[in-house]
Design a binder for this molecule. Sequence first.
Ligand code: AHM
Ligand code: MG
Length: 336
Amino acid sequence: MKPVSLTRFLIEEQRDKGQIPPDLRLLIEVVARACKAISLAVGKGALGGVLGNAGSTNVQGEAQKKLDVLSNEILLDANEWGGHLAALASEEMDDPHLIPHRYPKGNYLLVFDPLDGSSNIDVNISVGTIFSVLRCPDGVTEPNAGHFLQPGTEQVAAGYTVYGPSTLLVLTLGDGVHQFTLDRELGSFVLTQRDLRIPEDTSEFAINMSNQRHWETPVQRYVQEMVAGREGPRGRDFNMRWVASMVADVHRIMTRGGIFMYPLDAKTVEQGGKLRLMYEANPMSLLVEQAGGAASTGRQRILEVTPNALHQRVPVIMGSRHEVELVASYHAEAAR
Ligand code: AHM
Ligand code: MG
């Protein structure tokens, strides 16, 4: 069978199901093209002079890596002029970026984490980009941060790339999750798997164990029971993985199942969690749900959280459905 490019996939989906208007298709293709440029920069590593700190901090007080700043610029430059967006917001920018007046404005809002897992850049471990597409509310021509504050259920599309041994794009337009691999010779994303499905059960978990003493009791209990293995209440052994790049950890779960947790802990309770709702938790939750998995804060479905700030943080528990449900049930039990 002939390889199906991202362009062909989008056109055929539109023809068959009629849910991808041309400006949304353009948006996805422009984001994908920007991600190719980021992939190239990541791949050059030390030879491209892109490793190390930029010497600046972002709105959350985190030291920015050179590649954080560069990836943000690549996504901004690529998306400004096409006429498909009304505004963009990013982990690396304090406020939304409006489309300059010299360009036409579109109906969508784009939110992204330009380079997720950036603590891994300098040690040559997988990083990625996460993005989410929302509709700009009707009649709004100069969107502000408030117009972005829509629950994750309102997302029109979401995706992530992994810059790893190969560069992958994993995408949902609300009708399943599809994986594309970058053909480096052709320079195009080629469909390599349709309809990713996350197994409902798993024996693999991902959590930063160094935070154990700070977790809340339901998470303490859940992890203790897994670590107890065959001799414990779960009656079987579990395995642990932690890449510290959400994209890579969640992609493993997309491929073979598992549960990923960055729960609430005493260190992050004041800020509401570690991971960001708008450009990490929401897009990943939509992808995970579309692949048959579940995503919860422990207390609530992530996609139903009403955002109150652009850079809001939330606890994240996502992956194989039965495990996520079990952790949520431990939270409910503790609350009673
Ligand atoms: P980043 O967007 O600044 O890279 O931060 C998010 C990352 C996630 O990719 C990852 O799951 C987590 O932070 C790792 O945190 P920790 O270093 O505490 O293990
Ligand atoms: Mg991130």
